[in-house]
Ligand binder design. Sequence first.
Ligand code: BGC
Length: 768
Amino acid sequence: MKEYYKKDEWKIIEEGFNPDMHEASESIFSLGNGRMGQRANFEEKYSGKSLQGTYIAGVYYPDKTRVGWWKNGYPEYFAKVLNAPNWIGILVDVDGLALDLNTVKVKNFRRELDMKQACLRRSFIAVFPNGHEIEIKTSRFLSIVNDELGVIRYSVKALNFAGTIHFTPFIDGDIRNEDSNYDEQFWDTLECKVDNASAFLLAKTRKSEFLVGMTMLYEVTKNNSILKLSSEPIRNDKYVASQVSIEVQKNDEVEIFKYVSVLSSLNHSSPGKIAINGRKVAEEGLQRKYDSLFKDHIAAWDEKWLHSDIIIKGDEAAQQGIRFNIFHLNQTYTGKDERLNIGPKGFTGEKYGGSTYWDTEAFLIPFYLSTAPQDVARNLLVYRYKHLGKAIENAEKLGFHSGAALYPMVTINGEECHNEWEITFEEIHRNGAIAFAIYNYIRYTGREDYLAEYGLEVLIGISRFWKQRVNWSDVKGQYVMLGVTGPNEYENNVNNNWYTSKMAVWTLEYTLKAIDYVMEVHPARYTEITEATSFNHEREIAAWNDVVQNMYFPYSENLKVFLQQDGYLDKEQKMASELDPAERPINQHWSWDRILRSCFLKQADVLQGIYTFEDHFDAEEIKRNFDFYEPRTLHESSLSPCVHSILANRIGYIHKAYDLYLRTSRLDLDDYNHEVREGLHITSMGGTWMSVVYGFGGLRVTEEMLHFDPVVPENWESLSFKIMYRENMLRININKTTTVIDNESGPEIRVMLKGKKYVIGKGKQLSV
Ligand code: BGC
């Protein structure tokens, strides 16, 4: 763990240029606007180590699977969100010498991510070998108002010379994915046009045939006056650029403003439309100009912060950490488009292919439920509904039948993309998270009609899968679930993983209730659903009830804890504290078989289950299980510390909760897992938010009302956050002695605070 970035409540700051940290910083300082995003690559040339990354949500390539031992049921491809053409580039040349931070001397380097304004800034002085010094200041943002527009402001000041500066803004289609399985290029460039101070590049993805068009316009000023310059077009098969040269005297400042539109065939039906509409977007940018576009961008971000900000007083590291997480969540997904979802790395890297995992349902939906209008979280559910047919096909490929649905572990278009047997075939707990998210959404919003509209069909498919996936054991006289991998990926092919079985039984029970509801309240729709799914009411309900009543769950009578899986106690029992820190993370130091045989957990499945169904357990039970599992847990999954922090809070282990909170909220900033270069852990950021609001805020959502059981850690003066709940907007302020809940908008509301029921009138405040 390193503390490299400067602490600040609203900013992430890097001072001094450190090439070894550059790729990590490219991840940390990434920008996005829900539609597109990019790593913090430099605009100018950089010949040092860098991971180039420009991503467009939903634009992917099906990269042919590469695997040692092919197993039936593996998908043919891994869909990858692509590194798209690079549109940020601006080459800078000073009297024939290229600006390249790898070759010039760099002074006063500062890189800053302004989270409040969603803007990336850089400043530094470059000293060329001939002694010329220039001062550079850059800023760029991806408009959240028009999510097809990116804007860059790049200024160069001649500090000690008179001479010529060339700017060459460009768009480069000659790009690759670092993770390409066969080192192929994924794009063909179809069109390259340059004309005065404008350029257009149209590219098409191979196989998936997405079109992406980028139009760039720019203007240059000297000492704040716009220059009329003649430009020289530069073009080859995959690259368009336009070069201008400007004479400068000592202390002159020249600035280039680059406006780029990025449009894809997801939203524009033809190459012609992409070109024409893209031109319009870029022209509007150029006409409105940087400052006015930026003003609107800030206003839209203010609105996001108004609803989602968390204020922690007295602890700058914690404050910075939580805002960093919220910022990335808000810039990764805006909920405007139900075809999009959230990859574990968002727009910050290639790893995980930009695809959807169970992370969305288990760790992200709560954040969007509480901080954004209801349709944002709903769109994440509808995304799965739209993939139901593919989930049924996926289950069929694995030998299931009669409408059983197994959602993929990893997907971008509904098809499974993952190809490691222990994950693809065995990590079936994802089906449970998808079912639970439906319940969670309805419990939070009160929109039970969602069941009739979309939810029930998904639940039926998933329940059929669970029914077929368990089998009767004559030995046990109960149903068992064999050969699974739980969220703890440090054990594979185990029997009766407690968490997976719990999710399965719960889904069956919930589906039975959902059926009753739809049958009673929406009878016509129920008939439609049963016909569409060929549902055999009597037979299937009886079969599901049988599993619910006769499922086996591993339990230790001695220890009085639920067991991770049947064989868990056979393992040599050791504590994480006994491990040599030099051997951690163990997945980077131990052979895989050694990991599998050890008792160490990447994340504790039983605790994940207890967190999910907290109201099924009493405080003693939670404590016993926590005390048993947490010391054996290495938290080497980014999704681990948040859940453990919430439970630690629940049982009064405030110090532990705080340590785990810092670990989750500063996981990337302090690079706990030594991998931030590859991108950020966007999905675990939803978990960080939960660890504040559900953990320290003590929020629990029941079908009747919200419960709060808040506590602030010793070194925090206060904690304050907002949540949208049904028609209400609540602000919660907590300090060491008092909890204040403001019913800022919406009708009178009932809440439970520290176990006591209160009613807060419209616009009123509760202070306890
Ligand atoms: C975790 C999975 C998770 C994936 C993507 C893995 O390390 O074990 O549970 O879905 O990362 O975040």
